[in-house]
Design a protein. Structure first.
Length: 277
């Protein structure tokens, strides 16, 4: 009996070329994610009812500063995270490849750490509350996550386990093999991106989660960790030696995020209760 398989949409990873330079979907996804995130942060800053009385106004150029800090943190932290957490042996043998970010290879967990450090520096420079800055960036982060996972799908990378589900696909390349697999990139785009954005938007607009600093960040960290750990059940682990067969590498790296997220939610809610007491 032949399994039902959906044809993989063979989209070139190169969106277009400008002379000798190839503009890849990967780079466009990062640029679009940062740009749309900047617009979303501007909207949040322009909505006083989302904040505590007296917490606004923020500097008019805060969204632009956040855009720059987040871009530096995501690119530097994401790249170093991939180098140190996932492929250290390859990069130590080919150090010139560390700078070739246009070829792909960005670790989300490294990007989180890099962005956090960049925002800490910005908060010190501008004398602004660091948790508020982090809340603003994490509120918009699922936009970039959604676009990034779509790009993973276009590139035919980070595919899932062999499967017989009706929407399974045969991914290109010898490493994926001839059998149909879960399109796990689309699962991650739907959960880590679209669903997480809806959850954060709900707690921000309906539960005023931006008022107590740290609450949005807690929801983001916990929500991402849960979504990532769920999707890892369908995705082929690129570093099985890290999990030792018990958990995938992505699940292991997500556990501290889950714990920190739950802790931040409890801490922020406690501060809100104290303020109202």
């Amino acid at each position: 009996m032949q399994m039902l398989v959906i044809d993989f949409p063979n989209i070139s990873p190169v969106a277009f070329s400008l002379g000798p330079f190839d503009i890849r979907w990967y780079g466009l996804a990062y640029a679009a994610g940062l740009g749309l995130g900047w617009l979303y942060v501007r909207q949040l800053l322009a909505t006083p009812r989302l904040w505590q009385p007296g917490q606004l106004p923020f500097p008019e150029d805060l969204a632009s500063d956040l855009f720059i800090a987040a871009a530096i943190g995501v690119i530097v932290g994401g790249r170093l995270g991939d180098v140190l957490l996932y492929e250290p042996q390859f990069y130590f043998q080919n150090p010139a490849e560390i700078l070739a970010v246009w070829r792909g290879g960005m670790a989300f967990h490294g990007g989180v750490i890099g962005t956090g450090l960049a925002l800490l520096v910005l908060a010190r420079m501008r004398n602004l509350p660091v948790w508020t800055l982090i809340d603003l960036v994490t509120a918009a982060a699922p936009i970039g996550l959604f676009l990034g996972r779509i790009t993973n799908f276009i590139n035919g990378e980070l595919w899932g386990h062999v499967s017989t589900v009706p929407w399974a696909m045969v991914f290109p390349g010898a490493d994926a093999g001839p059998l149909p697999r879960h399109p796990s990139q689309l699962y991650e785009a739907a959960t880590e991106g679209a669903l997480l954005l809806l959850v954060l938007s709900y707690v921000i607009y309906r539960r005023q989660a931006l008022a107590p600093p740290g609450l949005v960040t807690g929801w983001f960290l916990a929500g991402y960790a849960i979504a990532r750990m769920f999707c890892e059940h369908f995705r082929v682990d690129t570093d099985p030696h890290i999990g030792l067969g018990l958990l995938t590498s992505g699940q292991i790296y997500s556990l501290p995020m889950l714990a920190l997220g739950i802790g931040l939610i409890a801490w922020a809610r406690g501060r809100r209760r104290d303020a109202l007491a």
